[in-house]
Ligand binder design. Structure first.
Ligand SMILES: [Zn+2]
Length: 310
């Protein structure tokens, strides 16, 4: 399969010469199967450029069909959708997959992006066919010759990790994903707090929570084990995460640990902090590469235009 990155930035898009090496667009990954099926993970601002490429592959004539899997629906993962040209062409079909969204509902989130107050074309007037589908993890979804496994990862509300497989090759995307030892953030995950004898909240971990942490790590390692490409959240450093443990993101050190646990063929550092320049991204790439030296695991910091045939 073909794997291509259209956006590696987290939180919000950014531009300027300090960001030109890795790019400023937010998260978007594209895969094309050997059979020619199109699959994308996340619709950050990077998806605009993907739209231009797809227009040259049948979508301009309304012959296109694509699956779009959302890790979650925070702004940086959906904000490119109204600027994705193939949506406006009659005949194209888009299958959108996301976790169920208990606070707003899927329909409200996606149609909300096209509300008349903020966008000139209403959702219902889009010419393509858009099918919204909920995923309840853990589950495997088959789409054409792709097989996509989903698990809930550690982020605010519900965020999904995906393992996308095609003809024995796989790409696993684990973003946005907080360090489980520092915070447990997903809906349904156990509370990190217990109360002391005075009824006051303490950060001491209960046995139940420790068991959950251990079980989560095992599940995550099993999910990504031996994958060809593992995309990892590396938004923070060990310094910048202090005080932000509950913002839902990881560090390069966590990526190193994950790489040891999962033994992927390649690890791609993702969700670059828009407050950090190219030089910082290069530093983290060097750090992780050094740490994994001798393991056979290749290391790259994700950048727009990264492409690989698996
Ligand atoms: Zn994000």
């Amino acid at each position: 399969m073909l794997f291509r990155i259209y956006g590696s930035r987290g939180s919000y898009p950014i531009s300027g010469q300090d960001y030109s090496l890795f790019g400023g667009h937010t998260t978007c990954f594209y895969m094309r199967s050997r059979g020619g099926a199109h699959l994308t993970v996340d619709a950050g601002t990077g998806i605009r450029q993907l739209g231009h490429h797809l227009m040259r592959e049948g979508f301009e004539r309304g012959n296109g069909e694509m699956a779009l899997f959302f890790t979650h629906t925070h702004w940086d993962h959906i904000m490119g959708l109204p600027f994705f040209n193939p949506l406006f062409i009659e005949g194209n079909v888009f299958n959108l997959f996301t976790a169920s969204l208990p606070y707003s509902g899927i329909q409200a989130i996606f149609s909300g992006l096209f509300k008349p107050d903020i966008f000139p074309v209403p959702f219902d007037d889009l010419k393509s066919v858009i099918k919204l589908q909920e995923i309840i993890p853990p589950v495997t979804v088959d789409y054409k010759d792709f097989s996509v496994r989903a698990m809930q990862i550690n982020h605010n509300n519900i965020s999904l990790g995906y393992r996308v497989e095609n003809e024995g090759k796989s790409v696993t995307v684990l973003t946005d994903n907080a360090i489980i030892e520092l915070a447990r953030m997903g809906d349904g995950f156990p509370d990190e707090y217990i109360r002391d004898e005075n009824g006051k909240k303490t950060k001491e971990l209960s046995q139940k929570t420790l068991d959950f942490i251990s079980e989560y790590r095992t599940r995550q390692a099993e999910f990504a084990r031996g994958t060809d490409i593992l995309v990892c959240d590396t938004h923070f450093t060990v310094d910048t995460i202090v005080g932000r443990e509950t913002w839902g993101h990881s560090t390069p050190d966590e990526a190193i640990r994950l790489a040891h646990e999962c033994q992927p063929g390649m690890i791609i550092l993702h969700h670059h902090d828009p407050e950090r320049h190219d030089s910082h991204v290069l530093e983290k790439e060097e750090k992780v590469r050094k740490a994994l030296d001798g393991t056979g695991i290749k290391v790259f910091a994700g950048y727009e235009g990264f492409e690989m045939e698996l």
